[in-house]
Design a protein around this ligand. Structure first.
Ligand code: ADP
Length: 492
């Protein structure tokens, strides 16, 4: 099955498909060809207002009567329907954002497990009873934070939907999903599953639209209680300002410039596989990219040569070709950004070992070559700034202390990894890396029950695992006087 053109002229608000009031229908580009392939409705501020009203009504409607177990059953039903749509969802996602179909099938294929895991968590949300003075019964309850505005990036739309929608449904919140303007298609398809699963109207609303227009309006809306955002930290800073009026709850997952350390006692074959995959996957459009390869001097030249050889063998092609390992950039602006860094790295004095160019022989798609820079010093901009392209900067180090110092010399703190067969060293270094996730002798291993999020400028809060529920719940403390005896303070 290959979908030729796709048209979604309406927004999903209040359980219904509706025409945009102040938005429009905009073409979506297939990054593998550089040509229009789909049309999607974009919402404006009035459409966001309508979605916020629907989400607030839903919060106070039948949804509020759902018990935790009702929500668990709904999540399970949703998961089993979702499973039936994996092929179609993966194809739409690959077509719209250029991720290779083998990656989207594997990724989307795991989402039902995520929803099922959160079905289990729905029944685990509990308060506590606090022993105190005689006659005083004190307990806490957990209540949904309310209406959540989820603002999604374009690099992995469906993964970002599940990471936010699953805890929303488990906790009893409602959600307005503002997808990225570059990749609206696959999320609209999720709306159809929302309808099929019988999720009450208004609990899930999906609106794409321009970040500074529709997104900013959602962020500053007085009747939205929380913003869950994934994207660049500069956008997160704007969101913080916009959300300040009603002190919205915030959870952010921003970028990274992950240190990927290889010690000379590593299993080099496996480390090289990880360095290649983590450096070029998704055309480098991943916040967890192993973009700084920090290598012990004793094996530095060997690693650089081996990485370059492997980079040249990466199979680059159309996203829908099952053999493709690396597709194009998702959009023209990101292509231009990566090309700029190809130049910048050379101007800064790094050695371009391989890549560093656009691949025009693949047509008008946004393809670039997997790129390796050697002789990189961690102060260079190619080592400090998130490129979001398939660019690995290889940085030498002498000993453990220097490896850790380089690893942590960054504003980011999302993920990090190290390769060593020395158990003591692995523990010492893992403990010192300032990042929310550390991989030892592996890379990019992500699971539903494990928290994910960043230290430093890489974010606030955690997604996945029970930890993510915190961001979707308020705690209420109830002091109940059972003694029947309230002493009048003023009478004393
Ligand atoms: P990128 O620059 O890589 O596109 P962004 O952080 O700008 O990443 O985009 C992530 C999401 O944030 C997108 O859905 C985008 O529309 C949205 N966005 C961008 N600017 C704003 C803003 N000022 N307010 C709210 N959302 C925004």
């Amino acid at each position: 099955m290959t979908i030729d053109t796709y048209r979604q002229n309406q927004l999903f608000i209040g359980g219904e498909w509706v025409n945009p009031i102040d938005g429009e229908v905009v073409p979506s580009i297939d990054p593998s060809t550089g040509k229009e392939w789909a049309y999607a409705a974009w919402g404006g501020p009035k459409d966001i207002d309508r979605a916020v009203t629907a989400a607030n009504e839903a919060l106070r409607g039948p949804w509020s009567k759902f018990t935790p177990n009702d929500r668990a059953n709904l999540l399970r039903r949703f998961a089993s329907l979702y499973e039936k749509h994996v092929e179609r969802l993966a194809e739409l996602e690959s077509r719209d954002n250029g991720l290779p179909i083998r990656d989207t099938k594997a990724g989307v294929g795991m989402h039902a497990t995520w929803y099922n895991y959160y079905a289990g968590l729905a029944n685990s949300i509990e308060g506590r009873q606090v022993p105190m003075d005689a006659g005083m019964h004190i307990y806490t309850t957990r209540t949904p934070v309310g209406v959540v505005g989820a603002i999604l990036p374009w690099n992995a739309p469906l993964q970002m939907v599940v990471w936010k929608l699953a805890p929303v449904l488990a906790t009893g919140c409602t959600i307005i999903i503002k997808t990225a303007e570059q990749t609206p298609i696959s999320s609209y398809e999720v709306a159809k599953i929302v309808q099929e699963a019988g999720i009450p109207k208004g609990v899930v609303n999906i609106v794409t639209g321009l970040g500074p227009v529709a997104g900013a309006h959602l962020v500053s809306h007085p009747h939205v209680n929380k913003i869950a955002f994934t994207g660049e930290h500069r956008t997160a800073q704007e969101i913080m300002k916009g959300a300040s009026a009603n002190l919205k709850r915030l959870s952010f997952e921003c970028g990274g410039k992950s240190p990927h350390i290889i010690f000379d006692d590593a299993n080099l074959e496996q480390a090289m596989n990880a360095a290649t995959h983590s450096g070029f996957t998704g055309c480098g459009q991943s916040c967890a990219l192993g973009s700084r390869l920090i290598v012990q001097s004793t094996i530095y030249d060997k690693v650089v040569a081996e990485l370059a050889a492997r980079a040249q063998k990466v199979r680059i092609g159309q996203a829908l070709d099952p053999k493709t390992q690396m597709g194009p950039h998702t959009h023209q602006e990101q292509l231009q950004k990566t090309l700029k860094y190809f130049e910048l790295g050379q101007q800064e004095g790094a050695k371009l070992v391989t890549g560093g160019k656009r691949l025009t022989e693949l047509g008008d798609g946004f393809f670039v070559a997997p790129t390796v820079f050697a002789n990189v010093n961690n102060k260079m901009r190619i080592a400090q700034e998130e490129i979001f392209g398939p660019v690995v900067s290889v940085i030498p180090f002498k000993d453990e202390d220097e490896a850790v110092a380089i690893a942590n010399d960054t504003i980011y703190g999302l993920t990090g990894a190290l390769w060593s067969q020395n158990l003591g060293r692995a523990h010492r270094v893992a403990a010192q890396i300032e990042a929310g996730t550390v991989w030892v002798n592996t890379y990019r291993y992500l699971r539903w029950s494990v928290p994910y999020g960043g230290f430093k400028i890489s974010g606030i809060g955690r997604e996945n695992g029970p930890e993510s529920l915190e961001g979707y719940l308020e705690t209420k403390a109830v002091y109940m006087n059972l003694s029947g005896n309230y002493a009048d303070y003023y009478a004393q």
